[in-house]
Unconditional design. Structure first.
Length: 268
């Protein structure tokens, strides 16, 4: 019912009080990293379909930073001089969010604004929680079990210290949700590794350790991190319904910020 109401509200918003159709809203360009794993591209396309279902009147496009077509510069070139909000399908700040995407946007003719990365955000925490429950995490445990339990939040990793800050924030929010320690660990570019984090937790008496996959889609890093789990490992965030909601939230948030600071999207 909520989804139907959202779709109806979106359709009505495209019509002005005098019955004439309003100008098309700025396009949402979902910016994915790109991957050689075909499951990643399938996940991204499913997310795009869900976004279109939630906002039927919203132009939605895809652009990759690397590895997959369409590449972001090609997507922006096809938009011409149209307005667009670029929403990174990335979970924290880092080089791609700070440099790659803005530089590609600046080189395009389209009038663009780059939204914040998806994380940290409570919707991601709820998605991580649901994925852990799907993998076998018990929603109710006694105190003795909690004292021996913990979670390793397995992320891709970044050399940018702000990326680590964002991941630590997500880990803290998930810890609050679960009531057990949650330790961030990384597949590359940062420390500790998942294996190191698991050993450190075991040294503290935490032997019931789950690995929470903090990746947007299946892939090499997610698989390697899951294989290191001594107990259960959750699936990546993937096509959880909250992901499409969060992408649209970042889009709306960017438009709202634009509206309060300038009359229109800035020309890149």
């Amino acid at each position: 019912m909520n989804r139907i109401s959202s779709q109806l509200a979106t359709q009505l918003s495209l019509v002005s009080l005098d019955g004439r159709r309003r100008p098309e809203p700025p396009a949402l360009v979902l910016v994915a990293h790109g991957s050689r794993d075909p499951r990643t591209l399938a996940t991204v396309h499913t997310l795009l379909d869900r976004i279109r279902e939630l906002r039927p009147g919203l132009p939605v496009h895809l652009g990759h930073i690397e590895l997959n077509a369409p590449l972001l510069p090609d997507t922006l070139a096809a938009l011409g001089t149209g307005d667009a909000v670029l929403v990174p399908l990335l979970l924290s700040r880092g080089y791609h969010v700070k440099r790659d995407i803005p530089e590609m946007a600046a080189a395009a003719q389209a009038r663009t604004r780059v939204a914040a990365p998806l994380g940290p955000h409570p919707l991601l925490v709820e998605t991580l929680y649901d994925r852990l429950v799907e993998a076998g995490w018990r929603t109710r445990t006694d105190e003795a079990t909690r004292r021996t339990s913990a979670v390793v939040l397995a992320a891709a990793g970044s050399r940018d210290p702000e990326g680590a800050v964002d991941t630590h924030r997500t880990a803290q929010l998930l810890s609050d949700r679960l009531g057990v320690p949650v330790v961030p660990a990384y597949a590359s570019a940062a420390a500790p590794t998942v294996e190191t984090a698991i050993r450190a937790l075991a040294a503290r008496g935490r032997h019931r350790v789950a690995v929470a996959s903090y990746f947007t889609a299946p892939g090499l890093f997610a698989t390697q991190c899951a294989e290191a789990a001594p107990w259960i490992a959750s699936a990546p965030l993937g096509t959880h319904p909250a992901m499409a909601d969060l992408i649209l939230h970042r889009y709306d948030q960017s438009l709202a910020a634009t509206a309060t600071t300038e009359p229109a999207l800035a020309s890149a």
